[in-house]
Design a protein around this ligand. Structure first.
Ligand code: FAD
Length: 315
């Protein structure tokens, strides 16, 4: 029936089609399964189509099927899902004949920096300002430095996480002006997501382009006096912020890169896995470079682009 989408749920492979079927009568209906962990994507024998999405939910194993599959679990988890879905047809991970799935993980060089103003900063909606004046370089450094933007405003609840002994966190928060500095990091094959035998995820990441980031931070600090902030060194200097490490994966991207060459990319330009006919990846996995801006608007724009492509395909 045109416009009809059927999701079949079965407990185990034997009893499909399932006792329970979720049927959406048209494409305007969306059925959302919460607390549903996708553990594997399974293909038919020829390896060309994902035919089963294996889901763990409330202690039950479910299987879903659909004509077109879209993976969007975030760059780390999408790569991990493809790697976990290795099979005879895809021995190195689903759609991973190129070997790039999980590789080229980028996180950005990010630093949070908290400046303290002589005058109070009572703003509620601070995260509305960004400065790209040094994005492409600065004077004697002709290479890109990155972006400076505001962070969400510190408050009396947040301050003690970094400076638990401060006698008056509310006052400190009132004077805080919170900045976020981002410099591009570069794709490296060895910066990667791997999956351990027990299914756990492991990240290997060596930062790149550090010099540019150091220069961006130095440039920013040199502007503080002009901005009438004083760079206060308190008993706990960590409160002044600093470069975020591997645990800061907020801007994760690049692990299932797209491209025209199936030997160096996992996805084609429509974000479909080169080696499969019905499976797309539409989160930041597809990035081939990270630029120095927050990723989400790019993720959304690309997802809409791919959605148009899939809609055309289903017409
Ligand atoms: C503190 C913080 C602040 C941020 N601020 C900004 C900002 O100001 N601007 C900006 O552009 N970006 C920001 N980001 C980044 C932004 O949140 C991400 O870029 C964006 O959410 C990525 O969207 P996504 O849909 O690709 O992935 P996600 O939003 O991560 O969604 C992936 C979903 O998949 C689910 N999932 C993962 N694995 C599985 C699985 N195996 N089975 C089932 N479900 C699974 C996850 O639970 C999650 O719901 C911030 C991130 C953080 C953490």
């Amino acid at each position: 029936m045109p416009g009809r989408v059927v999701l079949e749920l079965g407990v185990g492979a034997e009893d499909r089609p399932a006792a329970r079927r979720i049927v959406a009568e048209d494409r305007d209906n969306v059925t959302l399964l919460t607390n549903a962990y996708v553990s594997r994507l399974e293909t038919g024998a020829d390896g060309r189509r994902v035919e089963r999405v294996v889901v763990e939910r409330d202690g039950e194993r479910l299987e879903l099927s659909a004509d077109v599959m879209v993976v969007s679990a975030g760059a780390i988890n999408s790569a991990a899902l493809l790697l976990r879905s290795a099979s005879d047809a895809h021995p190195d991970g689903l759609g991973n004949g190129s070997g790039v799935v999980g590789r080229n993980l980028m996180l950005h060089n990010n630093s949070s920096l908290i400046a303290f103003s002589n005058t109070p900063n009572p703003t509620k909606f601070q995260k509305t300002l960004g400065i790209n004046d040094f994005y492409f370089g600065d004077g004697d450094w002709p290479y890109p430095l990155g972006a400076i933007q505001m962070l969400g405003k510190s408050d009396a609840v947040v301050i003690p996480f970094d400076d638990p002994d401060h006698p008056d966190p509310a006052d400190l928060a009132l004077h805080a002006i919170d900045f976020w500095l981002t410099t591009e990091d570069l794709p490296r094959l060895d910066n990667r997501v791997t999956v351990k035998l027990d299914g756990g995820i492991s990240l290997s990441y060596r930062p790149t382009n550090i010099e540019a980031h150091k220069r961006l931070v130095a440039k920013f600090k040199s502007l503080l006096e002009t901005m009438r902030c004083r760079n206060e060194v308190r008993d706990n200097p960590h409160y002044l912020g600093g470069k975020l490490g591997i645990s800061a994966v907020a801007h994760q991207n690049g692990t299932v890169r797209f491209g025209t060459d199936s030997t160096t990319s996992a996805l084609d330009v429509n974000c479909k896995l080169h080696e499969l006919d019905n499976t797309y990846v539409v989160d930041s996995s597809f990035f081939v470079s990270s630029s120095a801006v927050n990723p989400t608007l790019t993720i959304i724009a690309n997802a809409l682009r791919v959605a148009d492509h899939i809609a055309d395909r289903l017409r």
